[in-house]
Write a protein that binds this ligand. Structure first.
Ligand SMILES: Nc1ncnc2c1ncn2[C@@H]1O[C@H](COP(=O)(O)OP(=O)(O)OP(=O)(O)O)[C@@H](O)[C@H]1O
Length: 576
C-alpha cells in the first residue's frame, strides 16, 4: 500500500501541514488535564476563584485552539485523500489504456471496474485516517504515558499491565482479518461480474425467461459476499467491546488504587482526575489505532489489486525507434505465414496464413464460424501480436510501427458495432476530429446512413444513447461504417460489418464504397457469399488454415470448402 502513496507527492505540503496541525492539537489536548488538576489542587483547595477562572479560561483557549487545528487538519486531509484518489484513478485508467486485449482478457472487465473504483476508495479512506492519526495517535499515547507517569509513577503500573494486552488484541484481530478482506474484494468482483452480465444481456435474459435464474445467481454472489462481510465484522466487532471493557476496568483500577494513594497522602485529588483523563486519552488513542488496523488490512488487499494492474506490463508496446513513416496514402497488406494462439487456448486459432491485399482491390475472407476470420483482423489491428510469421504494411512489419500510426492507417469496422453516448455526428467524427460537417455527411451518405439520419428530427444532432441502444443493428452498423469512412484511411477492415444489412442496402453500400475507396485496400470478412463474390481475391479459411485463395470462379472450380459454402447459400443461377 505504501508504494501507492507515491501518488500523494503533489500534496506533500498539505500532508506536512496536517501532521503539524495534528501535533499541535495533541499537545493542546495533553495539556488540558494538567490545567484541570491545577484548578482542583490549587484553585479549589485554596478557594481561589480568580485562579479557577483564569485557568478555566486558559483551558477554553487550549480547547478552542485544539478544535481549530483538528477541523483544519480534517479539511486538508479530506482534500488530500480525494486528490490522491483522483490521481490513482487517472493513473490506473491511463495504464489500462496501454493494455493489449490480452491483458483485458486476463483481468476481466468487472474486476477492472472494481479495482478502479471500490479498491481505490478503500485506500483513499485509509490515507485519510492515516494522515490524521499517523502522528497524533502515537503522540497521544506516548505523551499521555509521560504525563501520567509525571502525575504518579506508581499508579502508572496499571497502564503497564493494560497496554500490552490491548496491543495483543489488536494484532490478533488484524491478522485474522487480512485474508478475509482479500476474499471479500474477490467476491465483490464476482458480484460486479454477475450484475454486469445481467444488465448488458438483459434482453436475452428476459427473452429466455431467465430472470429467476439470474436472480438466484445474483443472490448466491450477494449472499457469499455478505457471509464473508459478516465473518469479518464478527471478528472486528469483538475488538471494541474488549477495548471498552479494558478501558473501563483500568479506570476502575486507577480510581481504586488512586483512592488508596490519596488516603495515604501520596497523591492529590486533582492529580487523580488528571491521571484518569490521561488514561482515557491513551486508551482512546489505542482504540483509534485499532480502528486504523481494521481498515488497513482491507485497504492493503485493495492496494495489492491496484498494484497488480499498475505493474502489469502491456504485452504490445511500441518498439524503441519504431519507424515513423511519412503519411501513407496506400497500404499493401501482407500476411506472411501468420500463426497465432490465444493465451490459454490449446490450439492455434490461425495457422500459417499467407496472402497479400493490395490497394484498389477488395480482398475478402470467408469461412465457417470460428474459422479464424476475426482473429486475422485482430492481428492486423495489433490487438494481439502474432506468435509466428509476420504482418507487413507497405513492406514494414507492423511490430516495427508505432501503434498509433498503424491504427491511423486503418479504418476498422468491428463485428459488433459499438457506439458511444453523444450525437450521431460525434460518433461519425470519432476517428477523425478534424472532419468537417460536409465530410461527416458524405461519409454517412456512402455508408447508406443518410436516409435514416435525415428522417430523424434532429438529423446529425440526434442523440445516441449509451452503447447505441436507440438504433437498430443495421443502423448501428452503418454508423460505424461511416465512422471508418470519415477517416479516409488507406486500409479498410470490415469485420463482418454487412451482416445486419438487407441485401439491397448491402449492394448499394458496396457500390458506393467501391467508388469512394478507389485507392484503398479493402479487407472484408463476410458470412454471405453475395457480399464478396465480386471481390478481387477471396481467402477461404477452414479451421484456422487457408483452404483456398482466388476469385469466385477460380475457387468454385478448385476449392471444395468454398463450393460447399456457396451451394449452401446460393441457387444454381446465382452461383454463375
Ligand atoms: N479472446 C479469445 N480468447 C480465446 N479464444 C478465442 C478468443 N477469441 C476467439 N477465440 C477462438 O479463436 C477461434 C477463432 O475465432 P474467430 O473469432 O477468429 O472466428 P471467426 O471466424 O471470426 O468466427 P465468426 O464468424 O463466428 O465470427 C475460435 O475457436 C474461438 O473460440
Amino acid at each position: 500500500m505504501f508504494k501507492l502513496f507515491r501518488f500523494v507527492r503533489p500534496y506533500r505540503m498539505w500532508v506536512v501541514a496536517v501532521v503539524l496541525l495534528m501535533f499541535l492539537q495533541s499537545i493542546a489536548q495533553l495539556y488540558l488535564p494538567t490545567l484541570m488538576a491545577d484548578i482542583v489542587d490549587i484553585g479549589v483547595v485554596n478557594g481561589d476563584a480568580g485562579y479557577i477562572l483564569q485557568t478555566g479560561a486558559m483551558m477554553l483557549l487550549f480547547a478552542a485552539f485544539g478544535t481549530l487545528c483538528n477541523v483544519t487538519a480534517g479539511f486538508m486531509s479530506a482534500k488530500t485523500a480525494a486528490g490522491f484518489g483522483k490521481i490513482v484513478r487517472g493513473n490506473v485508467f491511463a495504464h489500462v489504456e496501454t493494455f493489449s486485449l490480452q491483458e483485458f482478457d486476463k483481468f476481466g472487465t468487472a474486476s477492472m471496474i472494481t479495482r478502479t473504483t471500490n479498491d481505490i476508495t478503500q485506500v483513499q479512506q485509509v490515507l485519510f485516517m492515516l494522515m490524521r492519526m499517523f502522528l497524533s495517535a502515537p503522540l497521544m499515547i506516548v505523551g499521555g504515558i509521560v504525563m501520567a507517569v509525571s502525575k504518579d509513577a506508581t499508579l502508572s503500573l496499571v497502564l503497564v499491565a493494560v497496554i500490552p494486552l490491548l496491543v495483543a488484541v489488536i494484532v490478533l484481530v488484524a491478522s485474522k482479518g487480512l485474508p478475509l478482506f482479500q476474499i471479500m474484494q474477490a467476491k465483490l468482483d464476482r458480484l460486479n461480474l454477475v450484475l454486469r452480465e445481467n444488465l448488458t444481456g438483459i434482453r436475452v435474459v428476459r427473452a429466455f425467461n431467465r430472470t429467476e435464474w439470474e436472480r438466484s445467481r445474483f443472490r448466491t454472489a450477494n449472499e457469499s459476499l455478505t457471509d464473508t462481510a459478516i465473518k469479518v465484522t464478527r471478528i472486528m466487532s469483538v475488538i471494541f467491546p474488549i477495548m471498552l471493557l479494558l478501558l473501563n476496568l483500568s479506570l476502575v483500577a486507577i480510581m481504586w488504587f488512586g483512592g488508596i494513594r490519596i488516603d495515604n497522602q501520596h497523591m492529590q485529588v486533582g492529580d487523580l482526575i488528571a491521571f484518569t483523563q490521561y488514561a482515557a486519552q491513551i486508551l482512546m488513542s489505542l482504540t483509534m489505532v485499532s480502528m486504523m488496523f481494521m481498515m488497513i488490512p482491507r485497504a492493503s488487499a485493495s492496494a495489492v489489486r491496484i498494484n497488480e494492474v499498475l505493474n502489469t506490463e502491456p504485452s504490445i508496446v511500441d518498439r524503441t525507434g519504431a519507424r515513423e513513416n511519412a503519411y501513407v496514402q496506400r497500404g499493401v497488406v501482407e500476411f506472411d505465414s501468420v500463426t497465432f494462439r490465444y493465451p490459454g487456448a490449446e490450439q492455434p486459432a490461425v495457422r500459417n496464413i499467407s496472402f497479400t491485399a493490395r490497394p484498389g482491390e477488395m480482398t475478402a475472407i470467408i469461412g465457417g464460424t470460428g474459422s479464424g476470420k476475426s482473429t486475422l483482423m485482430n492481428l492486423l489491428m495489433r490487438f494481439y501480436d502474432v506468435d509466428g510469421g509476420g504482418i507487413r504494411i507497405n513492406g514494414q512489419d507492423i511490430r516495427e510501427m508505432r501503434q498509433e500510426q498503424l491504427r491511423g492507417l486503418v479504418g476498422y469496422v468491428p463485428q459488433k458495432a459499438s457506439l458511444f453516448s453523444g450525437t450521431v455526428a460525434e460518433n461519425i467524427r470519432f476517428g477523425s476530429d478534424a472532419a468537417t460537417m460536409e465530410e461527416v455527411e458524405h461519409a454517412a451518405e456512402v455508408a447508406q446512413a443518410k436516409p435514416f439520419i435525415d428522417e430523424m428530427k434532429e438529423g446529425f444532432d440526434s442523440a445516441v444513447s449509451q452503447g447505441g441502444t436507440n438504433y437498430s443493428g443495421g443502423q448501428k452498423q452503418r454508423l460505424s461504417i461511416a465512422r471508418a469512412i470519415a477517416r479516409g484511411p488507406a486500409v479498410y477492415v470490415f469485420d463482418d460489418s454487412f451482416s445486419a444489412l438487407d441485401f439491397k442496402t448491402d449492394a448499394l453500400l458496396r457500390a458506393s464504397l467501391r467508388a469512394e475507396t478507389e485507392d484503398a485496400t479493402m479487407l472484408v470478412v463476410a458470412q454471405r457469399v453475395s457480399t464478396i463474390m465480386n471481390a478481387d481475391r477471396i481467402i477461404v479459411l477452414d479451421d484456422g488454415e487457408v483452404a483456398g485463395i482466388g476469385t469466385h470462379r477460380e475457387l468454385l472450380a478448385s476449392c471444395g470448402v468454398y463450393r460447399e459454402i456457396v451451394t449452401s447459400q446460393l441457387s444454381e443461377e446465382e452461383i454463375q
